[in-house]
Design a protein around this ligand. Structure first.
Ligand code: DC
Length: 221
């Protein structure tokens, strides 16, 4: 069983997807963390993310994978905490727009999830990675709420940023992600849209689980 959860930046996908996977006792795959890990590696190598040729070359000889605790590894190093920083958020859209980068990551995602029941979250799961996913959801939320959620995450990492600045950054990332040529952020025709603006994480998880149960029951009857 494949469950796809897509949506724009800071719409609550990661926590929701992790919660849904936990409730169902299946695997969870955070595909954004993979693009973030590559971005970190590229930046640490001193490569300008706008230098497409250098970014393309970086992918060969670079291994992005998850360990048994679902931590993201870049060439064997656990970079789970590092990839959440705002310096990575600033640059990740440029890196994830490069076709060779997407091709390599999609291949890894299909290999990991193709063999198991899995909840995957990202931007293109229901449209490109698993267009025949069993269940597809698309999370949306007002940008001010998304910025407030992101601010909490950054504060937990010891970073500070104003709400206005975060709104600008999120809107910029949404624009880049949804206007890129290759696998843009777009809701799949058959995805169920959930507005999480006024929902807690638990309520969002509950909504998704009950939709899945309802759809499964409809299939049976
Ligand atoms: O979900 P996130 O904020 O961690 O994702 C970081 C970036 O990675 C996002 O701005 C676009 C890119 N991304 C993508 O292009 N495709 C995915 N399936 C997941 C993320």
């Amino acid at each position: 069983m494949i469950i796809a959860i897509d949506g724009p930046a800071a719409s609550g996908k990661s926590t929701t997807a992790r919660g849904v996977a936990h409730r169902l006792g299946i695997m969870y795959l955070n595909t954004g963390a993979m693009y973030r890990a590559l971005t970190l590696g590229i930046m640490e190598s001193g490569i300008d993310v706008d230098n497409i040729n250098a970014v393309r070359c970086f992918i060969s000889g670079t291994v992005v994978e998850f360990d048994n605790n679902n931590q993201i590894l870049l060439n064997g190093e656990n970079v789970s905490a590092k990839v959440q920083s705002s310096s990575i958020s600033d640059k990740v859209s440029a890196v994830s727009a490069v076709p060779e980068i997407r091709k390599a990551m999609v291949q890894v995602q299909r290999k990991i999830a193709g063999e198991k029941d899995c909840v995957l979250e990202g931007r293109d799961i229901g449209t490109v990675v698993f267009p025949r996913a069993d269940f597809k959801f698309f999370l949306v939320a007002d940008v001010a709420i998304r910025a407030a959620r992101r601010m909490k995450d950054l504060q937990a990492l010891g970073e500070s940023c104003s709400l206005d600045e975060l709104i600008k950054v999120i809107l910029k990332r949404d624009k880049l992600d949804s206007t890129r040529t290759n696998s843009p952020l777009v809701q799949a025709d058959d995805a169920i849209s959930i507005d999480t603006t006024h929902l807690t994480i638990d309520e969002t998880i509950e909504k998704i689980i009950s939709k899945i149960i309802k759809l499964k029951n409809e299939e049976k009857s």
